[in-house]
Ligand binder design. Sequence first.
Ligand SMILES: Nc1ncnc2c1ncn2[C@@H]1O[C@H](COP(=O)(O)OP(=O)(O)O)[C@@H](O)[C@H]1O
Ligand SMILES: [Mg+2]
Length: 267
Amino acid sequence: MKIAVSGKGGVGKTLIAGTLARMFAKDGFNVLAIDNDSAMNLSYTLGIDSETKEKIVPISEMKKLIEERIAVNGAGPGVYNINPKVSDIPDRYKISGPDGLQLLVLGSIEEPATGCLCPENALIRTLLYNLFVKREEVIIVDFEAGLEHLGRGTAKGIDVMLVITEPSQKSLDLCNKIIDLSKKLGVNNIYLIANKITDDTQRDIINKRIEDWEVPLYHSIPFDFEIGKADLNGESPIDFNQDSQGIQAIKNLYSKLKKLKKEIIDL
Ligand SMILES: Nc1ncnc2c1ncn2[C@@H]1O[C@H](COP(=O)(O)OP(=O)(O)O)[C@@H](O)[C@H]1O
Ligand SMILES: [Mg+2]
């Protein structure tokens, strides 16, 4: 199952992606978590130990690797291979985390509106395609806010797109755009998730706003002080307090996704 998590900065993408990854892994699934956010803090939520964390170099910063893969022999500057070999990269550079899960830190690339086909972009795009379309694990990607480097081919490999919102109109605006783009790219299962909810009024307002959207509110996760405390302690929220309301709500989301997996994949 390939799961992409998207939404505005700060809405809880990393919390949800990382905690779901841990839950799949605890259940015995082979999990490869992918950090494709510029903040690159998925390793915290996953609970990767600090020694390992310090050594992480995102793929997007591996200049030599990028050079080597995209170089075209004999060609001058500015000419490079836009379809580099990447199939060995995940296994070479993934790192091990708790419950047997693996993490691959892609890093992210500033992509100008004009759609720069820089070497780094070519490599990351091809890698995302490889991960979504060719791999067998449960793959969970913590995405950059926009979906700029999501091509049509890659989008087809996404089984579930989780679009996260917090109770704010700005965040819902971006969700609207992401849902639109995901549909255009051919993603079939798009689910809206509300995070940091403090009361029913907020859910009502969200439901009102999305009345005419084709994507209903799939799940909601309460605001939970325990998650903030975990953050401050530098601990993974699921290790800090797995019984907290927020983690329990993500657990319910996990159960729903597992059921969905049976329906759409294990048929
Ligand atoms: N349900 C929640 N309750 C309380 N704090 C939360 C909740 N979800 C996320 N947070 C906090 O909000 C901040 C942003 O979350 P994060 O997962 O990093 O968002 P994103 O990856 O979308 O930028 C973090 O400090 C996180 O601990
Ligand atoms: Mg994040």
